[in-house]
Unconditional design. Structure first.
Length: 560
């Protein structure tokens, strides 16, 4: 495919010339205070840091790493890296010290930007001794040279530094749900094509308007990197806001009043559960059915979530229960699911106003080709496809067909009108003792749709039937010592088991539901930084108790 006429950096320089005083980034800095950065200010700081990086004498294309939560200076640092002629490697801000070390050493990072973090004291042990570091504004206290001091003392780089279409803009490391992270090499042409397609898609949905976005999903992940950062760098009319902390999230959301809002299924579920915490679902359902009253209640719910100005909402990174999509649409939020992966810079499929059946992840975005392989695997050819895996050329041969389609590892169905459904992941399939394969994802989606359930995992390889482990909503977990509440949870989960089993084939029916004793989290290594289940670790942790659970006649059991 031909290279884009203008690459991302070209668009950024153009914004600096044509709209220097337009505010691009808004950063909370504590105590309710914010700092706005215009395009002129963003470019000035980035140019100064680029000059400093060049002065350090790294070779062309050197990998410069960033370990930071989302913030204005994450984007400025990335622009500086690109202007200096280098390649960005962003690490998830929740990574363990072991993964921090692996990515820094595997990528051969020449320098690390340390930014806004919650767990730096633990993570710092993963930074190799002698690796140069620079502290971004809002970083924890360190003895590293500070961004502010460097920028103040360094004249800006001149002109418009040029990057070639085939040069690497970034290496996107996967979040490691099934093992060691892999580095997807993404060229300037690929990330620009993704940004162009996303900007065109957004324009088709919302018109050619200025709009506001809250950036809070990890910028180290391809979803936020392409759909928020890259699209805004290309468009120039997006105003990005950032979050100060988890405690101020709602305040930050109300400040931004986003017109577009992206999230992942687990967070969409938590938003719904926060509504149910304030109003029982049965009562809300009754009110929504009443003419006029229903629309007023729906608007109040959206406003309470801080999403009353949202014109387009999206969900990605993992399958979303169809019932949850339908619920959001019922309260007047046009929630569309999408499907993509790190290897295509998150540019693949999306629902839209015409194609949006819940349970289907959308149609191919412009330039994307899709087909279903003979074994049911989804095969994708995207204009934003990666160059390959960094230092792992043997994987490239395994992951691409002879005609250039990426083997996603996902199983799916393709409708005649182009709508795609993801039915499971081939690696997650397991065979029971009856010799039948079970796909856990569709069953988990049914369980996760229940307001009491936050997450679930279906397992049972080699057993006569599957079982499910469920993590309860955090509001319930804190009150399980109340006998009446525990009894109600027990009763409702027993009914959930019956309801779900009625919808399943005989070999898929669950033997029991087990309530997890320990919450699954990023911190304890049971969730990835993008909040996907680390199945192997969870299954290994419960293996000693599996026989006991299967021996019990109880529909619902409590671990621990």
């Amino acid at each position: 495919m031909d290279a884009p006429e203008k690459l991302l950096l070209d668009h950024v320089f153009e914004h600096g010339d044509t709209k220097p005083d337009r505010v691009y980034l808004t950063q909370p800095v504590g105590n309710g205070q914010i700092v706005d950065y215009t395009w002129a200010q963003v470019l000035d700081q980035s140019r100064r840091m680029a000059a400093h990086l060049r002065g350090l004498g790294f070779g062309p294309g050197a990998r410069i790493a960033m370990l930071s939560k989302n913030c204005a200076h994450f984007i400025m640092a990335e622009l500086a890296i690109w202007m200096a002629g280098y390649t960005t490697v962003a690490l998830f801000p929740t990574e363990t010290p072991q993964t921090v070390r692996y990515v820094l050493e595997h990528s051969e990072a020449s320098l690390l930007f340390v930014g806004k973090l919650d767990d730096w004291q633990r993570q710092r042990s993963g930074v190799p001794a002698g690796l140069p570091c620079i502290a971004l504004p809002l970083a924890p206290a360190t003895d590293f040279p500070a961004w502010e001091s460097i920028v103040k003392a360094t004249p800006p780089i001149a002109g418009r530094p040029v990057r070639q279409a085939d040069e690497l803009a970034m290496i996107l490391y996967t979040s490691g749900s099934t093992g060691t992270p892999k580095g997807a090499m993404t060229s300037f042409a690929a990330i620009t094509r993704a940004a162009q397609g996303i900007a065109e898609d957004t324009r088709a949905r919302m018109g050619d308007i200025d709009h506001r976005t809250l950036s809070y999903l990890p910028l180290a992940h391809c979803y936020e990197r392409s759909w928020v950062e890259a699209a805004s760098l290309l468009n120039g009319r997006n105003h990005l806001y950032f979050v100060e902390s988890l405690e101020t999230f709602l305040q930050d959301l109300r400040r931004a009043r986003p017109t577009s809002f992206l999230s992942v299924p687990r967070l969409w579920l938590k938003f719904q559960q926060s509504v149910f915490h304030e109003m029982p679902p049965e009562r809300l359902d009754r009110l929504l059915r009443i003419p006029i009253v229903g629309s007023l209640v729906a608007r109040k719910v959206r406003k309470g979530l801080g999403l009353d100005q949202v014109r387009v909402a999206g969900s990605g990174a993992a399958p979303m229960p169809p019932e949850l999509i339908a619920w959001y649409r019922r309260i007047g939020l046009p929630l569309y699911e999408g499907y993509a992966m790190t290897e295509d810079a998150a540019y693949s499929h999306s629902s839209n106003a015409r194609f949006n059946d819940p349970g289907w992840v959308g149609v191919a975005l412009p330039g994307v080709q899709v087909r279903i392989g003979e074994d049911g695997e989804i095969l994708i050819k995207s204009p934003a496809r990666m160059v390959g895996y960094y230092k792992q050329p043997e994987l490239d041969a395994q992951c691409f067909t002879d005609d250039g389609f990426f083997r996603t590892g996902d199983l799916g169905e393709l409708r005649a009108d182009g709508l795609l459904k993801v039915t499971g992941r081939s690696k997650d399939l397991f065979k029971t003792a009856k010799g039948k394969y079970v796909a856990p994802a569709p069953i988990e989606n049914r369980l996760n749709a229940h307001p009491m359930v936050e997450l679930s995992l279906v397992a049972g390889a080699g057993q006569r039937s599957p079982c499910a482990i469920v993590q309860l909503d955090e509001n319930l977990r804190a009150r399980l010592d109340e006998p009446a509440l525990r009894a109600r949870v027990q009763s409702e989960l027993e009914q959930l088991l019956d309801d779900v089993n009625e919808q399943l084939a005989e070999h898929e029916r669950l033997r029991t539901l087990v309530v997890a004793a320990e919450p699954w989290s990023i911190e304890n290594g049971l969730l990835t930084p993008t909040m996907k289940l680390k199945r192997a670790r969870i299954e290994a942790a419960v293996q000693p108790k599996l026989e006991q659970w299967y021996a019990s006649a109880a529909k619902v059991q409590w671990a621990g």
